[in-house]
Design a protein around this ligand. Structure first.
Ligand code: ACO
Length: 371
């Protein structure tokens, strides 16, 4: 029997604090009009002091798990796509695993810039189709505000924070992820990068004082790359699934700039209404943008059963990725019963307790065991 990967759960988290274009005019020399006309962005969400990529990823994962009606221990794989992990290591995916109590899951982070979430979906779908895994949690989560230079008007107006997640599940029925494609061109790596903090330029007084821990971008070149990559990847992924643009119900593109998505719609010869956009309220949340947009498209009833949806992203690397999905999850979704809600709340408490006990046992072992 051929096994397909189906999306059975989804969830998102965005921080409460909203930073508007007007707020930014008090920080840098910019205007609401410039930001709106060049990018389509009106506001973005920014993390609170105690929030991180992992804390947001965990919130999004809770929603996705509960929607899929799965236990954390049912997960076999957790991928966190991010350019802003909590630490270089351990992987943010391991922090998510610990908080969920997903004790049977393999975990790793995936660095493919804004294409990361779609890279993760493609990879997880192939691993599920191969029979290696049954339930995979794929998260896109970013805290870009912590690597943004708030004195650089060319970049600080663009980015926001947030997280989105899906659960992919093995199933013998048709539909789900039909095809995916992942691409890269490392020769464009210097168009969008974080100079310091890695092995080339480890953190030092000099790197900090020179602002080398903030992302740098050559916006125009990235723009030119994006308007070529998005339509090409969309066409190719549909072709691989034996479908055409005419079969398409909705594109959920990486949300970087409405001019990029409009230009892509034009290049594909499809109406703007078939390209989902929420960049006005979130800005560019990198790997989190597509899963957040997917959740909103579902909330707004823009996706129905059997619809053909394409996720398409581009970003640092340079990378690009697309996935064609025949929507198979029943809609509308059933709200959680009170009993299930309590069950999940208890299971996360149990996971926290389990983590604490394991740390304590390790501490005891280190204290009282010789060698
Ligand atoms: N407010 C006012 N003026 C500004 C601002 C600002 N916030 N930022 C730049 N300007 C000025 C520039 O200084 C320049 O002035 P000048 O002509 O006097 O030199 C002028 O506006 C035009 O600047 P450009 O950079 O040429 O503006 P452009 O129209 O290209 O828009 C933008 C810039 C929005 C960044 C665009 O290039 C873009 O969207 N690029 C793609 C970026 C992107 O998608 N990045 C994410 C990639 S994915 C990932 O992995 C994170």
């Amino acid at each position: 029997m051929t096994v397909h990967a189906h999306i059975v759960g989804w969830g998102k988290y965005v921080p409460e604090r909203v930073l508007t274009n007007d707020d930014l005019t008090h920080m840098v020399d910019t205007s609401d009009e410039w930001i709106r006309t060049r990018t389509g962005i009106a506001e973005r969400h920014i993390v609170a002091e105690d929030e991180t990529t992992a804390t947001m990823a965990i919130e999004a994962a809770h929603e996705a798990l509960e929607m899929a009606n799965l236990r954390p221990t049912d997960l076999n794989l957790i991928i966190v796509a991010t350019a802003t992990p909590d630490h270089a290591f351990p992987a943010t995916a391991c922090l998510v695993q610990d908080a969920l109590g997903a004790t049977h899951a393999a975990c790793f982070d995936l660095a493919a810039g804004c294409s990361g979430f779609v890279y993760g979906v493609g990879l997880a779908a192939d691993l599920i189709s191969s029979g290696a895994y049954r339930n995979a949690l794929v998260i896109g989560a970013e805290t870009l505000s912590r690597i943004t230079d708030w004195e650089d008007r060319a970049t600080c107006v663009l980015f926001g924070d947030g997280a989105g997640a899906v659960i992919l599940q093995a199933n013998g029925s048709d539909g789900g992820i039909l095809s995916s494609l992942l691409g890269a061109d490392g020769s464009g790596g210097d168009l969008l990068y974080l100079p310091a903090g890695g092995s080339r330029h480890p953190a030092s007084h000099q790197t900090v004082s020179e602002g080398q821990h903030y992302l740098k971008m050559r916006g125009r070149e990235v723009f030119r790359f994006a308007v070529r990559a998005m339509p090409a990847a969309t066409r190719q992924v549909l072709e691989e699934a034996g479908l055409t643009i005419d079969d398409l119900s909705l594109i959920i593109p990486h949300q970087a700039n409405y001019r990029i998505t409009d230009a892509s719609a034009k290049a594909l010869g499809i109406p703007k209404e078939k390209v989902f956009s929420n960049v006005d309220r979130y800005g560019n949340t990198s790997a989190a943008s597509i899963p957040i947009a997917l959740c909103e498209a579902l909330e707004q009833d823009r996706i129905h059963r059997d619809d053909l949806v394409v996720f398409v992203g581009f970003g640092a690397g340079l990378t690009w990725a697309a996935a064609a999905v025949r929507w198979s999850a029943p809609l509308p979704t059933m709200p959680l019963t009170r009993r299930r809600k309590i069950w999940y709340a208890l299971s996360y408490r149990y996971a926290a307790l389990r983590s604490l006990v394991r740390r304590f046992v390790r501490w005891l072992a280190a204290r009282f065991t010789k060698e």
